[in-house]
Design a protein around this ligand. Structure first.
Ligand code: URA
Length: 456
């Protein structure tokens, strides 16, 4: 237990723009988690941090204290390097599904502790639960067995990881202190570091459908998280990727699983393939660096040994695009789904009703707003308003045109799917003004906007 401090002193120190000491931070987080520091005191401190920020030392100490509030997983006994991925969340972001299968198929362990959707952004667990039989809750032993035998596991995080963050996040939500870069960065990184991965790939979304709508704050969030990761011995790289338009051509749970399976079968939309392959490349490069520098203790491979160099080289040379064509990634997907009770061959549920949205004019689509499409999918039943709500498996949106595509008057631009007929009108209302059709096509653009990594 940390040395007792005075909560009012801690609040006033930060309020006046001074630096908090390590004992002050440790005590505040520990005492708040135990219910000794009152909600109103922590609220005041959060607002002071929101306004005054943190030094790098304060931020690391705050993150450490949140990690120390719960358990820390350890995967060092695995005979594979571990690399996890975290996305800050977006619309149509199903990348975890094909990505974990691709990366696992090359012998890397991907311990993917995921969440459920809230508001307009979808959650990986909701998507996978549209596969009959698939279960999100695994014990630690089941997780380790699956990581060791198959390489990837996608499951829900237990309540023991960084419990201070859960309490703090709920408080930030009702005190106007969510949108603070140090608080977001420490919240995400405390959970990821507690998960025990050796390397971490961050996908920081930027655009209307994301937390960060502008590139400047997205870069600052990415570099803050990369610094925290590296300062905690977790090799961390971030990509900043476009979320001004939805990823892929589907938004909604079963719809997105179908699209992911198309990608694993060698087809699927270009942007989903591009981002999957780019993140997979970064993850195998990170795994390769880890193998060289730290070896693989669980496989008896020592750092810098001939065997470590051979394995690192093989990871760097892996042909990722080919793994989507030759069935290697698909085999890995089928094994991951089956191990968690799912039937990879089962028909996925569809919604009871659908409606088309028709194109009003000829031209090129130059814009399709991610936020509006995300909110429409949510209103159709693909997302939830409160944690305890259920999602509809088949609800969502199929996009028949994306920015850059030529379109004709009267063609279907999108199909809306829902089990609740009254939802269609509300979805159509939010889709007003969601796209632009012009005479000329937009400049081609890449889904990856920037890359942030620490200097070697
Ligand atoms: N996700 C988190 O886990 N924490 C935040 O603060 C924001 C997004």
């Amino acid at each position: 237990m940390a040395e007792p401090c005075d909560a009012v002193d801690v609040i006033m120190t930060k309020r006046d723009g001074k630096t908090l000491s390590i004992p002050q931070i440790k005590w505040m987080i520990d005492a708040y988690t135990r219910g000794v520091v009152a909600e109103e005191q922590m609220s005041a401190l959060l607002m002071a941090i929101f306004l005054q920020g943190f030094t790098r030392e304060e931020l690391n100490c705050w993150t450490d204290a949140m990690i120390a509030s719960g358990e820390r997983l350890d995967f060092t006994e695995l005979a594979r390097p571990t690399v996890d991925k975290h996305s800050t969340g977006g619309v149509g972001d199903k990348i975890t599904l094909p990505l974990s299968a691709v990366v696992a198929s090359f012998g890397v362990a991907v311990p993917q502790l995921s969440g459920r959707g809230l508001g307009h952004t979808g959650g990986t667990l909701d998507k996978l639960e549209s596969i009959p039989g698939w279960r999100a809750a695994l014990s630690l032993d089941e997780m380790k067995k699956q990581l060791s035998e198959i390489g990837a596991v996608v499951c829900q995080a237990g309540s023991g990881l960084a419990p201070a963050d859960r309490k703090l996040y709920a408080l930030r939500d009702v005190t106007g202190t969510v949108a603070s870069i140090p608080l977001i960065a420490s919240s995400i990184m405390s959970k990821k570091i507690a998960e025990g991965t050796s390397a971490l790939m961050l996908d920081v979304k930027c655009g209307s459908g994301a937390f960060m709508t502008e590139i400047g704050p997205a870069q600052e969030l990415a570099s803050t998280m990369v610094e925290i990761g590296e300062d905690h011995g977790v090799h961390t790289v971030a990509l900043i990727t476009d979320m001004s338009t939805p990823l892929g051509k589907t938004v909604g749970n079963a719809l997105e699983v179908r699209e992911s399976v198309e990608v694993l079968a060698g087809g699927g939309p270009d942007d989903v393939i591009e981002l999957t392959l780019r993140l997979a490349r970064e993850m195998l490069d990170a795994a390769s660096t880890i193998v060289e520098k730290k070896g693989i203790p669980g496989a008896g491979v020592s750092p810098g040994s001939k065997e470590a160099l051979r394995r690192a080289e093989a990871l760097r040379e892996a042909d990722l695009a080919e793994s989507l064509k030759n069935g290697r990634a698909m085999d890995s997907w089928r094994a991951i789904i089956t191990a968690q009770g799912g039937d990879p061959d089962a028909e996925l549920g569809t919604a009871q009703d659908h409606e088309e949205i028709l194109c009003p004019t000829d031209g090129f689509m130059t814009r399709l707003d991610a936020l509006k499409v995300g909110v429409a999918g949510w209103r159709l039943g693909a997302g939830r308003a409160r944690k305890e709500d259920a999602v509809q498996i088949g609800a969502g949106i199929q996009l028949h045109a994306k920015p850059g595509d030529s379109v004709r008057r009267g063609q279907s631009l999108m199909t809306l799917h829902s089990d609740t007929p009254e939802a269609f009108q509300r979805a159509k209302e939010v889709l007003e003004g969601a796209w632009t059709i012009d005479d000329n096509p937009p400049e081609p653009s890449s889904v990856v906007i920037d890359r942030v990594a620490s200097a070697p």
